[in-house]
Design a protein around this ligand. Structure first.
Ligand SMILES: CCCCC/C=C\CCCC/C=C/C(=O)SCCNC(=O)CCNC(=O)[C@H](O)C(C)(C)COP(=O)(O)OP(=O)(O)OC[C@H]1O[C@@H](n2cnc3c(N)ncnc32)[C@H](O)[C@@H]1OP(=O)(O)O
Length: 289
């Protein structure tokens, strides 16, 4: 299992759960439940995102994330991943605005392709993916939660979640919209997407964009307990079912990838869009002071 110490700013922590050796302490009681507890415990890997300050998707961060997911996917020890943030300010702030502001079309093309790659890898992952959302996640920051199998949100008013692209003067791509529709339904998505709604925890639960809301200090333990339920299902049956349900949505992106890249590049290269993104970025910096 790769054990990657996080760098100062950028990195991922991935480790099998357990004690110092990674192995849970042996206990002699509880019979069958002891066996099954060790079995699922070993089968899941926590993946902690750390791209300070807000886990925005820089090209470098996306690339590292894809490499690490591929390693986990190929390591047959693991059957599930709990994805959480190791940045106190956010689960993820989504697309790194510096990647889509003031660069050239070749850069935008490369960036969008890598973002699509990440989406495809997550959406069609054979692993059980649980998002343990311990901070705000807006727009592209919802990419990981919306491609996960289960979402747990910390009950904190700062933990807003949603596709707020329209508020930035941009439109969410169809492959962000489709999983949202699959999760919360057509009418609720129309409403949420057009108004660029960011849901606080209680509303997020009500609309169904998350499956559970728990106090922040219980997000991880709840994720572990949910993972136990999911790992109780035989992999082959669950994977076939997941693929059957998700493939039609994923195929849309596979089929329209190039057109989607062209649309993105021409849209993002417009002067008016560049101006509004720059203003948004400047506003984010101002708000800090
Ligand atoms: C017709 C065809 C259509 C095709 C498609 C066309 C277009 C596609 C659109 C692409 C989809 C875009 C998706 C996106 O993800 S856009 C980004 C959306 N993200 C956000 O709106 C979140 C913005 N950030 C925040 O709201 C807050 O930063 C926070 C995450 C809630 C944290 O707040 P706080 O604790 O107060 O921290 P600061 O605001 O002070 O932020 C710390 C520093 O981080 C910088 N920052 C924040 N977000 C981003 C970002 N997304 N990219 C780059 N940098 C970011 C922020 O400026 C601060 O920087 P500083 O320390 O240098 O001032």
């Amino acid at each position: 299992m790769p054990h990657l110490p996080p760098a100062q700013g950028l990195g991922f922590r991935m480790r099998p759960s357990g004690g110092k050796s990674g192995r849970p302490a042996a206990r002699s009681v509880h019979g069958v439940s002891e066996v099954s507890a060790s079995w699922w415990w070993w089968s899941q890997a926590p993946l902690q995102l750390k791209n300070l300050p807000v886990n925005s998707f820089s090209l470098e961060f996306l690339t590292e994330l894809i490499i690490n997911l591929e390693k986990l996917e190929n390591d047959k020890t693991f059957r599930g991943i709990i994805i959480t943030s190791d940045c106190p300010k956010a689960f993820s702030a989504g697309v790194d605005l510096r990647e889509i502001c003031g660069k050239n079309p070749a850069h935008y093309t490369e960036y969008w392709k890598v973002l699509q790659d990440l989406w495809l890898r997550l959406y069609l992952s054979n692993l059980v993916l649980i998002s343990a959302i311990n901070g705000p996640c807006a727009a592209g920051g919802c990419l990981i939660p919306l491609t996960s199998d289960y979402r747990i949100l910390a009950d904190n008013p700062k933990c807003l979640i949603g596709l707020n692209e329209t508020r930035l003067g941009i439109s969410a791509p169809f492959w962000f919209k489709d999983p949202l529709v699959n999760i919360i339904g057509h009418r609720a998505s129309e409403h949420a997407l057009q108004l660029g709604l960011l849901f606080p925890p209680a509303e997020a639960l009500q609309v169904g964009i998350v499956d559970k809301v728990v106090p922040k200090d219980q997000v991880q333990s709840t994720a572990l307990s949910v993972m136990t339920q999911w790992l109780a299902i035989p992999d082959h049956a669950r994977q076939l079912t997941k693929n059957m349900i998700r493939k039609p949505t994923a195929d849309l992106l596979v089929k329209h990838r190039d057109t989607d890249i062209q649309n993105f590049v021409s849209f993002i290269s417009r002067d008016s869009i560049q101006k509004s993104l720059q203003m948004y970025l400047a506003k984010l910096k101002q708000n800090k002071d």
